[in-house]
Ligand binder design. Structure first.
Ligand SMILES: [Fe+2]
Ligand SMILES: [Fe+2]
Length: 362
């Protein structure tokens, strides 16, 4: 099996299994496509599917076959029927857990955009962004960036699954957002590439999928959620709702992340990804809520509850993610699975700079 010349764009190396289910899948993926045993002898009913390492890694292993694939894995596994059947079983468990977590959102009379605004306003999760802005040390900031790299190095890809499933105003709005995410066709402006600059400045591996092994289940769940919504046409409303919630809760936290890096002495290459989102997502949130989700529901009114479900699920899983990081740090532990990435020296001198925060953020 030969290493690709350029690891930046994937495929990633197969991760290490985290239990019997993911072990069976990893072992199978190393071979030519074949039927999985009908009974893997694994209980598919974990106590908490969202934080179950084995279940979330299994889903991630299956989903990645639809993105960049895995290094050395036969591409025909993508549509292997018994693997798809296993994925479907895992998805039923995961989706049921998400629906238990958020309940059935009701659509207000004022419409779906108002419903999204209500969900965002009620989002009272722990403020990871404030901690990163004001207190996090370099080790903790590097952990946060390693977690987020699982998504940001393929930023926007899961929501692009919606494009062929839509027509009309919702499609136009989604294209407008995605065009920005993909840098308007300029490689150096693609958000994934901007994030690679952050990883590089923080002395972290910039390879696609380089941090999957250290990302815990809850981090994988924030990604699997998007893939679940993205790969099922029936969940297109949830996918758009997820994107809307993402955009509506992005601008202020990204300002804080950028300010946190400046506090730690990092330069504009390290902060560019976050700075870019302060402006861009202030615009995207309007497009996402009104033009995209509003446009979808005008054409398909029955999808309104799904839009709010997707938004609520995204916000709820992100709250679990934030709580995991803050709880780990509060207890003096790493938030990553061992081993943490090596503490390479940052690529800029750590000269403390004054925090750049408008008073409104205090
Ligand atoms: Fe972005
Ligand atoms: Fe955005």
């Amino acid at each position: 099996m030969s290493e690709p010349a350029d690891r930046r764009y994937g495929p990633a190396t197969l991760p290490t299994a985290r239990g019997p289910l993911s072990a069976a899948v990893v072992e199978a993926l190393r071979r030519p496509p074949c039927d999985l045993p009908a009974d893997l002898g694994v209980d598919l009913d974990p106590a908490d599917p969202i934080t179950d390492e084995d279940l979330q890694l299994t889903l991630f292993l299956c989903y990645e076959l639809h993105y960049r694939g895995w290094l050395g894995v036969d591409e025909s596994w993508e549509w292997q029927p018994t693997l798809l059947a296993l994925r479907a079983r895992c998805e039923r468990v995961f989706e049921a857990a998400l629906r238990r977590l958020v309940g059935a959102p009701s659509v207000p009379a004022a419409g779906v955009a108002a419903g999204l605004a209500e969900l965002v306003a009620a989002d009272d999760g722990p403020s990871l962004a404030a901690t990163l802005q004001r207190r996090a040390d370099l080790v903790q900031f590097r952990e946060f960036v390693a977690h987020r790299s699982v998504y940001h190095l393929r930023e926007a890809d899961p929501h692009s699954w919606a494009l062929p499933r839509l027509g009309g105003p919702a499609k136009a709005a989604l294209v407008e957002i995605q065009t920005d995410e993909y840098g308007n066709g300029r490689l150096d402006r693609m958000h994934a590439e901007l994030f690679r600059g952050t990883l590089d400045r923080l002395g972290l591996d910039t390879g696609y999928g380089a941090h999957i092994d250290v990302a815990p289940a809850v981090t994988l769940a924030t990604n699997n959620l998007m893939s679940l919504f993205g790969l099922h046409r029936r969940l297109r409303g949830a996918l758009l709702g997820h994107l809307a919630a993402f955009e509506m809760t992005s601008s202020l936290p990204n300002r804080r992340y950028g300010n946190g890096l400046r506090r730690l002495g990092f330069d504009e290459v390290a902060t560019r990804f976050y700075d870019e989102h302060v402006e861009a997502d202030a615009v995207h949130e309007q497009i996402a809520a009104h033009d995209m989700c509003g446009g979808l529901v005008r054409v398909e009114p029955a999808l309104a509850p799904d839009v709010l479900f997707g938004a609520a699920a995204g916000l709820a899983v992100d709250r679990l993610f934030a709580a995991h990081l803050l709880d780990s740090w509060g207890a003096g532990r790493s938030s990553l699975r061992a081993p943490a990435p090596p503490a390479l020296p940052p690529k800029v001198s750590l000269v403390a700079s004054p925090e750049v925060a408008p008073p409104a953020l205090v």
